[in-house]
Write a new protein. Sequence first.
Length: 403
Amino acid sequence: MKKAILFSIVLFLTGVTSFAQWMPQTSGINNFITSVFFLNADTGYVSVFGGTILKTTDGGANWDPQTSGITGDLYCIYFSNADTGYAVGDLGIILKTTNGGTTWAPQSSGTPNWLAYVEFVGNNGVAVGGSGTILHTSNGGATWTKQVSGISTNLRQIFFVNADTGYVTGGTQYVTGGIILKTMDGGVTWTILSNNVYNLLFSVVFTDDNTGYIAGGTQTVANILKTTDAGLTWNAIPNVPAAPLRRIFFADANVGYAVSKMGEIIQTSDAGETWTLQQSGTAQFLFSVYFTDPYTGYAVGDSGTILKTTNGGFPVGINEKHETTGLKINPNPAKEKISIELPVPGTGADETIIVYGMTGQEMIRRQAYGSPVAIDVSSLQQGIYFVRFLNNGKTESGKFVKE
């Protein structure tokens, strides 16, 4: 037992960077990976420029090319069940598989415009893309009908909350170029919620009927918008620590991730109120992110980049531009209680202390009042734990050993 504790202390002294967070996977290609989708913990797919589709059946350890039959660029891949999937891309490309990706057959989209995204609920599907293109199918893609979007702006992503209600984001310019559309009839008709009010909006996700998030930005600044009233109003989240964001994904109601064109991965554990930068280990353009559970996720991008985490990206990498390791924790190691000395006394309003385990699992959460703050850790198992103090968009970090 003493040896185990001593080993934990040695690990503690080596610091956060000794633990794997996002690890590169071998894709076998050197092209732009544009989209990632997983059916379950083992089986997933990515779409690639040049018509390549890769499949894994072992959680990303190996990726095998599928026969797409095309050489055009693909921008999105989506599966409605274990056998049936779709891929869309340049010049109105729509492909469909009915055998889990072994073979793919082209479908007639009826448009020459590029298609950025596709999503299905049962046999009803919607594809969106360039010049305001919205296509709808009610028969599993056998036929596609162009819908009236009312705009000519490029559309980027769809998200359906249920069979009837869905949202689309897009934009053409980086300055006041954002667009948000909503459907209440499964994608047949669309209403413009916002037009040229926000910056370019690339990605949208909802965690329930009312709560949703949109990610995008200017050429240099990231934007995340949040709604709690089903898209009637959107509020910008302050202090988002990243470059322009290309995709946002929530693993559950509180835990979300977003990726940027500068290779950045940011994470939230408090339903999008605050975001922190993680160590991605790459500067490649990241285009898409997908989690199969709150801890296991994948990020993909340029030059064949596929990254995987099995611990939610934790411990959080310390980036001096956005975070500092400023918490003093005593005693350390600890058995019963720890005392956390905060850089500023907590008022309990917007200050939160979170204790994480080695796998990124949230163990303790409480509001911070005063300083120092005493926390009972007697129920925790022996090992290393990480502490974050969330303070009005800023984060202070620390770690301790539980004996």
